[in-house]
Design a protein around this ligand. Structure first.
Ligand SMILES: NC(=O)c1ccc[n+]([C@@H]2O[C@H](COP(=O)([O-])OP(=O)(O)OC[C@H]3O[C@@H](n4cnc5c(N)ncnc54)[C@H](OP(=O)(O)O)[C@@H]3O)[C@@H](O)[C@H]2O)c1
Length: 183
């Protein structure tokens, strides 16, 4: 029953380009050959920031072609936004704003014995961390640099340090790092 920030990043710490492109990421590895299938099987609820959600809206055709659905998640999702956004057809989504603690309680109740996935972006994961609610950060670090872009985790974490739990090489283009949040 953990709250996990699971994401892919460039070597220099960006999860998307400044204009929210992920084109750099897809050539780096095959999702199905990664830890993702085992990870998502244990997820009971998702938290998604609005830029991340809008990427799904913009790329609905591509996502549907690859996964069979424009919204490839069966778990309930909480989309954080202060705006009114369109709903992806047949997606189990609720729009929320403000303090993540109240939302986390709703997510915990829905997830039951499963984990909560903070999909991103980095500041949303940071908000859960600020509230003491984040347990793990799992990053697939790609062997590319972007120079600038959307930051993976715009927070200072100095003491206690993150605790490195495992390192898994995924070919020559990615490495997965698992960190536990020191509390
Ligand atoms: N590499 C990967 O594996 C990976 C994973 C996830 C995401 N991504 C990409 O990374 C980028 C992330 O974008 P981002 O850094 O801008 O983050 P984001 O979290 O997707 O979006 C940030 C926006 O979410 C809304 N928001 C956040 N917290 C909120 C709160 N507590 N209450 C209400 N609204 C809140 C705000 O927008 P509004 O209020 O204006 O709506 C905020 O500007 C996207 O392009 C996404 O596709 C990549």
């Amino acid at each position: 029953m953990k709250t996990q920030y699971y994401t892919a990043s460039s070597l220099d710490g960006f999860i998307a380009t400044e204009d929210d492109s992920l084109e750099w990421l897809f050539p780096l590895g095959d999702l199905n050959a990664s830890s993702y299938p085992a990870f998502i099987a244990e997820v009971g609820a998702l938290a998604v920031g609005s830029s991340t959600y809008e990427w799904m809206l913009r790329n609905a055709d591509q996502v549907a072609a690859e996964t069979g659905s424009p919204w490839p998640y069966t778990q309930p999702a909480w989309v954080f936004t202060t705006r009114q956004l369109p709903v992806v057809e047949a997606a189990d989504i609720r729009f929320v704003k403000g303090d993540v603690r109240e939302v986390h309680q709703q997510m915990r109740a829905a997830a039951g014995s499963k984990n909560i996935w903070i999909v991103g972006g980095g500041d949303l994961a940071g908000q859960f961390h600020d509230a003491g609610l984040l347990d793990e950060i799992i990053i697939q670090v790609g062997s590319v640099t972007l120079g600038k872009g959307k930051q993976i985790f715009p927070r200072r974490v100095l003491s206690p340090t993150l605790r490195l739990m495992s390192v898994r090489q995924m070919g020559s283009s990615m490495v997965e790092l698992r960190y536990e949040i020191g509390k």
